[in-house]
Design a binder for this molecule. Structure first.
Ligand code: CMC
Length: 428
């Protein structure tokens, strides 16, 4: 295997090293391209062929449908680990010992209060505000209540900032939902685990005793683990690029939440349920919607289908589909939308358009069905995704800062007007 790649421009040859990852992925290292060629750049809209960094956090093979966090398969983690263990693994690189996990859990609990003045900020939002916009703003507002930027060379400062946001984020997420429902803004219960506490913060009512439910906790835990990281996706790249200007952790995360909100990214989970509901209301004619998705003159896309990287199947979708069936079965819920989803997937998976383009159900296709079964309102689905993705964003931000990566600043090819003389307004 050649160790270099040769580029020829106008008869001049340039050599670039080929770098190899631990899973034998190859990349052409073009760091010296502009200097060597006198300013030639690469152009790759959407970064379809561009590696933005070297990373030791998540491995993803889109052809084989493999996803691993720090070397552990997503299937095994979803089955055997809990969310807090996975968060620790992603952020610090190793599964925690029992002592490390206990300390991590206790440190998070110690930080799980949110300044009461944050409630005034939340109060300023209309009830109809989308929870993702509110969450992004509140995460940003947290900066004002936690002054001081993180010295990334201090392990202690880094750890404290991480624990703080892991503690406060679920409180903010729960508050965004409670505000919409006109429920009092409560704090959690330190006697509960991370995911149990999140559930209680979301659902506890002032006039009712709260009933713990292991089945619900397990389903939620699994969903959060499956969303915890996905290498250099849109929101993670946003977190890294914002952080690369040495903006703080909370500011970088707030930007990540905004990036996740879009319907082509995390917002797809809400869009999927809305699409399935629309199909149901329209008589359940899946063929009609498949035809719309294939029609290039129709902007409609089959939400929850397709992925930039997975060209075989999305391993998360496989686990979530099975889990959706189990959760609905165990909770005794019959949701006609699950049948529509299965019908739609069956037709699409056999249709030449989808087969040729390697479009498969992605993580968002079935997740909303479980969220619904757990009583989570549709507009909160992407917030659930953000709660799951939080450790991944933190891990990627930490890695980027520890590797002392340069500020993110892509190039462009200018296609605008050439030099022109200014014409005063009276002469235009
Ligand atoms: N429905 C119909 N056609 C599709 C779809 C779809 N959902 N996805 C891709 N295509 C077609 C697309 O029109 C194009 O066709 P052609 O080659 O004829 O022009 C081809 O497939 C390739 O699509 P692309 O848009 O170039 O692919 P991409 O890698 O830029 O986009 C994607 C990936 C996920 C944005 C896209 O598949 C999509 O919009 N899916 C629907 C939204 C969705 O479910 N998003 C969640 C992604 S997974 C979770 C996450 O990232 O947060």
């Amino acid at each position: 295997m050649s160790k270099t790649a040769t580029l020829e421009i106008d008869g001049n040859k340039y050599e670039f090293p080929i770098i190899k990852g631990t899973e034998n992925e190859l990349g052409i290292d073009v760091k010296t391209l502009r200097g060597a060629t006198g300013g030639v750049t690469t152009i790759d809209p959407g970064y379809k062929n561009t590696g933005s960094c070297e990373s030791a956090i998540t491995f993803l093979d889109g052809e084989k449908g493999i996803l691993r966090y720090r070397g552990y398969s997503i299937e095994e983690l979803a089955e055997k680990a809990d969310f807090l263990e996975v968060a620790y693994l992603l952020i610090f690189g190793e599964l925690p010992t029992a002592t490390e996990l206990e300390k991590f859990d206790n440190d998070i609990k110690e930080e799980s209060h949110v300044d009461e003045d944050m409630k005034k900020i939340l109060d300023g939002f209309p009830k109809s505000a989308h929870p993702m916009g509110v969450l992004s703003s509140l995460t940003s507002a947290l900066i004002a209540f936690n002054p001081g930027s993180v010295d990334v060379d201090s392990e202690e400062e880094m750890y404290n900032a991480i624990v703080k946001i892991l503690a406060k984020f679920p409180v903010l997420a729960a508050w965004t939902m409670r505000k919409r429902k006109s429920l009092p803004l409560d704090y959690g219960d330190d006697s509960l685990g991370y995911v149990q506490n999140l559930h209680k913060m979301m659902f506890a009512r002032p006039n009712k005793s709260y009933e713990p439910n292991k089945l619900v906790y397990d389903a939620l835990d699994k969903l959060l683990i499956l969303h915890a990281d996905h290498e250099q996706n849109c929101s993670t790249s946003t977190v890294r690029i914002v952080g690369s200007s040495h903006a703080g952790l909370f500011a970088s995360l707030s930007a990540g939440i905004s990036a996740l909100w879009g319907p082509l990214h995390g917002g797809a989970n809400q869009a999927v349920i809305e699409m399935l509901e629309a199909i149901k209301a329209d008589g359940g004619d899946t063929a009609k919607y498949i035809a719309k998705a294939k029609d290039k003159n129709d902007p409609f896309r089959l939400m929850g289908f397709g992925h930039r990287v997975y060209k075989n199947f999305d391993p998360r979708a496989k686990i979530i589909k099975k889990s959706a069936e189990e959760v609905l079965g165990d909770l005794g819920i019959e949701d006609p939308v699950l049948d529509i989803a299965k019908g739609l997937a069956k037709v699409a998976l056999e249709d030449e358009y989808f087969v040729k383009r390697k479009l498969y159900p992605n993580v968002d296709f079935y997740s909303g069905i479980i969220y619904r079964a757990l009583g989570i309102p549709t507009e909160m689905f992407t917030v659930m995704f953000a709660l799951g993705r939080l450790p991944g964003w933190i891990a990627q931000w930490r890695e980027m800062r520890l590797r002392k990566e340069p500020i993110g600043r892509p190039r462009q090819i200018y296609i605008g007007e050439n030099d022109r003389k200014f014409v005063p307004v009276s002469e235009r």
